[in-house]
Design a protein around this ligand. Structure first.
Ligand code: ADP
Length: 525
């Protein structure tokens, strides 16, 4: 059979095409940054394009070769956006590192990535330094005229590198391509995803070192939206001030950042005047937070699920028209789910033998995904992490446990390493934590599996009480009565002063399990 090929142009999907488009079609649309220097800096897409090209020239002059890694240790700001485009656009790889990691972790990641250059934030250049070859970013750019043509790159070329936060072991590098970034941007901008347009003013609270700020610096360029960058100032008062002064319409971030903002607003009786919708993800959005944003502030909350290995967007929770007539609490339950896939992402749930499970809303299994912005292997690793579904290879195992309903709404019930396997049945640690956290004296709660001679594993609840509050083991266990099946209620409670967290603020269950490795359950006798 002869194959008839399409007769369309083969234009590579590249990061430079995004910034060229933004500069040409939304050149005067602003990029506003609250900088480490303390000032508010105003730039626009045309200027970012100009400075990104100056940076490309500077990297040329510094003899940084194509494919070499240029690392950043930086907050959200215009210079970081310039680096995104200047580094990737010129064929080098932008490697974002989280400045909040411990120095040993930064050292480990920078060595693993073999970074050639490191770019970091400082208020001012130090008068003297022990750092070899230290250069000032702005001076470096000023030496070049910006007359630079972006190279024609193969769209499969690597563009950026980001390490997983390592909640489940050593950090691993996800190496994104130009093509995957552009396709992810198209997907992210769709109405049932982030719904971004040139009329939007986007404030990414999610840091640019956390999976490319969920792609927002690219999606904003693609749609010609205004960007407002908060720098390191993520406290409630600073954020509220920026939301109002820059007329922000859309934002995105992990649940914890909203706590500070909402507390500040409640304490001062404040309201938003332009802010309309937000994407919350990275960990499950607590129902109470979603309700408060919706009901007290009129904000549309879009719950999203994703991960570093997915660039990061996979699913987002938006209702279909057939759900309009549903009672409020059923709608809320769907909005509280991790949502439905964006076109481009394909998902399945499988049992431990790789057989796919039905989408009935209750069968829970290991969540696997595939798509053009899902990794096929980790940086520098030859081993494929991929698995088969019903004998068909090529699926990425997310490490999450989920159920999917008939409409494709996905509900994360746990991480596969965190689920408690009690006598062949699975107990969701997240479900138990959500119940515990609703107790008025509980500040933070974690549920982990504890060895049990009869049931293999049984749940142990670890609780940090609210400051000044006391709560007993018996009272906490009683609190589960009627809220969950009796056999799922934890066997024991440990009250602690604090729980271990990663630098991105996620609970470190691995460490918690080590801490309670020798814990003997009262039911184990
Ligand atoms: P790491 O895997 O190192 O913690 P990521 O930022 O890639 O770093 O985290 C991805 C994980 O975060 C997912 O696999 C999932 O367990 C969790 N996650 C992300 N979004 C959500 C969400 N909306 N609800 C529940 N869990 C989520």
């Amino acid at each position: 059979m002869t194959v008839l090929m399409g007769q369309m142009m083969n234009m590579p999907l590249t990061v430079s095409s995004l910034i060229r488009h933004a500069a040409r079609h939304a050149g005067d649309v602003e990029i506003v940054s609250r900088r480490c220097e303390g000032d508010i800096h105003r730039s626009n897409w045309a200027e970012v394009h100009e400075r990104a090209r100056q940076l490309a020239q500077a990297l040329e002059a510094l003899a940084v070769r194509p494919g070499e890694r240029v690392a950043t240790l930086a907050w959200n700001g215009h210079r970081h956006v310039e680096i995104y485009y200047g580094v990737s656009g010129s064929g080098r790889i932008c490697h974002t590192i989280n400045p909040r990691l411990f120095p040993e972790q930064i050292e480990w990641i920078a060595n693993d990535a073999e970074d050639a250059v490191l770019m970091g934030h400082r208020g001012e250049m130090p008068a003297s330094t022990s750092v070899p070859d230290l250069l000032c970013f702005d001076d470096l750019l000023a030496r070049h005229d910006g007359r630079y043509d972006w190279p024609e790159l193969d769209e499969q070329t690597a563009a950026t590198l980001c390490y997983t936060s390592g909640t489940t072991g050593n950090p691993k590098g996800a190496l994104y391509s130009h093509r995957s970034i552009v396709l992810h941007s198209y997907g992210a901008a769709l109405p049932d995803a982030m719904n971004c347009s040139t009329r939007d003013v986007i404030l990414p609270i999610v840091p640019m070192f956390h999976v490319n700020a969920w792609g927002l610096p690219y999606t904003a360029a693609m749609t010609g939206a205004k960007l407002v960058m908060p720098g390191p100032f993520l406290d409630g008062a600073s954020l509220y001030d920026l939301f109002e002064s820059e007329k922000v319409t859309f934002s995105a971030g992990v649940p914890t950042v909203w706590l500070g903002l909402l507390n500040h607003m409640k304490a001062n009786g404040l309201k938003f005047s332009t802010f309309k919708r937000t994407v919350i993800g990275g960990s499950a959005c607590p129902p109470a937070m979603m309700k408060s944003l919706q009901q007290d502030y009129g904000i549309e909350v879009i719950h999203a699920w994703g991960m570093t290995e997915l660039s990061p967007l996979g699913t987002l929770s938006k209702l279909q028209s057939k759900h309009e007539g549903l009672p409020a609490e059923r709608k809320q339950r769907l909005l509280q789910s991790q949502g439905r896939v964006i076109f481009g992402i394909d998902m399945a749930i499988i049992d431990d033998e790789g057989r796919s499970l039905p989408w009935d809303g209750t069968s829970a299994g290991n969540l696997v995904v595939r798509g053009p912005w899902v990794i096929s292997s980790y940086f520098k690793s030859k081993d494929s992490p991929l698995v088969s579904v019903d004998g068909e290879p090529g699926w990425f195992p997310t490490g999450d446990v989920a159920a999917i309903d008939a409409d494709g709404f996905m509900f994360i019930t746990d991480r596969s390493k965190d689920v408690i396997k009690s006598g062949g049945e699975w107990i969701s640690s997240i479900e138990l934590e959500n119940i515990a956290i609703a107790h008025p004296s509980v500040h933070e709660a974690a549920v982990i599996a504890c060895r049990h001679p009869k049931w293999d594993e049984r749940p142990l609840l670890v609780v940090v009480p609210k400051p000044g509050a006391t709560v007993s083991r018996e009272e906490l266990l009683r609190f589960f009565d009627g809220k969950i099946a009796k056999w799922q209620i934890p066997d024991d409670v440990a009250i602690v002063a604090e729980l271990p967290h990663t630098a991105t603020g996620k609970l470190q269950k691995l460490r918690l399990r080590e801490q309670f490795r020798d814990h003997v359950l009262p039911t184990a006798g």
